[in-house]
Design a protein around this ligand. Structure first.
Ligand SMILES: Cc1cc2nc3c(=O)[nH]c(=O)nc-3n(C[C@H](O)[C@H](O)[C@H](O)COP(=O)(O)OP(=O)(O)OC[C@H]3O[C@@H](n4cnc5c(N)ncnc54)[C@H](O)[C@@H]3O)c2cc1C
Length: 329
């Protein structure tokens, strides 16, 4: 293990992590950056995001997070700040703890140990996928072609005047169906619980009835469509029902990548998101969180950017204050 102590370590290379690294570098602070191993990347939301339509200036990217992030990393590596940037390309973090000097000890996915004063954790979340005949693979082509979507704020507009299916069984799935219907006047709205019992609150059920939203509980047998998922036609159910649909949304909750936060004993909310102050400071001194992992926040690219800027700037304030104090002492 090298005895060098980096000022700031950013863990995660999606929307929040790349912005955290960029802001740290632009603040002229040293940044040790772990964007994740290929395995980490494969299970991240960043990899799944295609065209981003709800943010200006992103329409030209086929991969709305990965491509602009790669441009940013290249720019940092060629900039006047490059000496401060310590990119651990294709490397993730396996474990983290604080040592007796209150310094973070970070073990990467290759077994190397690094030290840092501050950490910005940006490991994100992943949407739970529906299992169809025991596997999640049936939805992949459609998710890639965005005829099956996950994020109402990002992609809700795709259902405009389209027959739509929401896959999920709890109150939040019901609300996705209600909001899509209210906003985009879908001619038909169906909730497929995929074999689960529908679990809606009384008030929600009233709206489901009022809007004539169908709720079908049979397990899904298959997805019907053409053109490698670019055309969705509907869903076949195990009870032999065929449900026509041109668009679908999955609303089954999220897997939260909070393992490193847990290792440090950071406080989590009941769903596993990391609790933090507005500037991202968690219950662990020196540990900041940004992006989808942060509790009580909108899960979007621009909110991830905002968290990342807040965290990097809060750390810069501490570093500058400490240096100033040394001069004054
Ligand atoms: C299908 C889909 C479409 C979406 N479309 C939009 C959209 O149009 N507009 C919008 O604003 N938002 C959209 N979102 C939401 C957006 O993707 C997220 O809000 C955003 O990616 C959150 O950024 P993040 O950095 O928290 O997580 P991510 O961007 O998912 O990044 C997580 C990062 O953590 C890394 N990582 C994980 N574990 C480790 C580890 N142990 N060590 C090191 N690195 C690790 C991964 O490699 C990855 O780089 C969409 C989401 C989905 C699923």
């Amino acid at each position: 293990m090298s005895s060098k102590i980096y000022s700031v370590c950013v863990i995660g290379g999606g929307s929040a992590g790349t912005m955290a690294a960029l802001r740290t570098i632009l603040n002229n602070d040293e940044c040790l950056f772990f964007p994740g191993s290929p395995k980490d990347k494969k299970k991240s939301r960043a990899l799944w995001v295609k065209k981003i339509e709800n943010m200006p200036a992103h329409l030209s990217y086929k991969r709305g997070i990965e491509e602009p992030n790669a441009e940013t990393i290249k720019w940092i590596q060629e900039s006047s700040f490059k000496a401060n940037f310590h990119l651990q390309k294709n490397v993730g973090v396996s474990s983290i703890q604080k040592n007796e000097h209150d310094i973070f000890e970070i073990i990467d996915s290759q077994g190397k140990t690094f030290l840092a004063h501050f950490v910005i954790l940006c490991t994100g979340v992943m949407d739970v996928q529906p299992k169809i005949q025991g596997s999640i693979e049936a939805v992949f082509d459609y998710a890639n072609a965005q005829t099956i979507d996950y994020c109402l704020i990002c992609d809700g507009h795709h259902v405009l005047e389209k027959k739509t299916v929401v896959i999920g069984h709890d109150n939040s799935a019901a609300w996705v169906a209600i909001m899509l219907l209210e906003r985009y006047q879908c001619p038909e709205m169906t909730i497929l619980t995929n074999g689960q019992e529908a679990n809606f609150q009384k008030e929600t059920q009233k709206l489901i009835d009022l809007y004539k939203i169908r709720v079908l509980t049979s397990p899904i047998k298959g997805v019907l469509g053409e053109n490698k998922g670019a055309t969705l036609k509907g869903f076949e159910l195990e009870d032999a029902n065929i449900v026509q649909a041109e668009m679908s949304f999955v609303a089954m909750g999220m897997i939260v990548y909070n393992e490193l936060a847990k290792q440090l004993g950071a406080e989590l909310d009941e769903r596993g998101f990391v609790k933090a102050a507005e500037n991202g400071l968690t219950s662990v001194q020196g540990l900041y969180v940004a992006g989808d992992l942060k509790a009580n926040t909108r899960k979007q690219v621009y909110t991830a950017w905002d968290h990342a800027v807040s965290a990097a700037t809060a750390i810069n304030l501490i570093l500058r204050t400490r240096n100033r104090q040394k001069l004054l002492d």
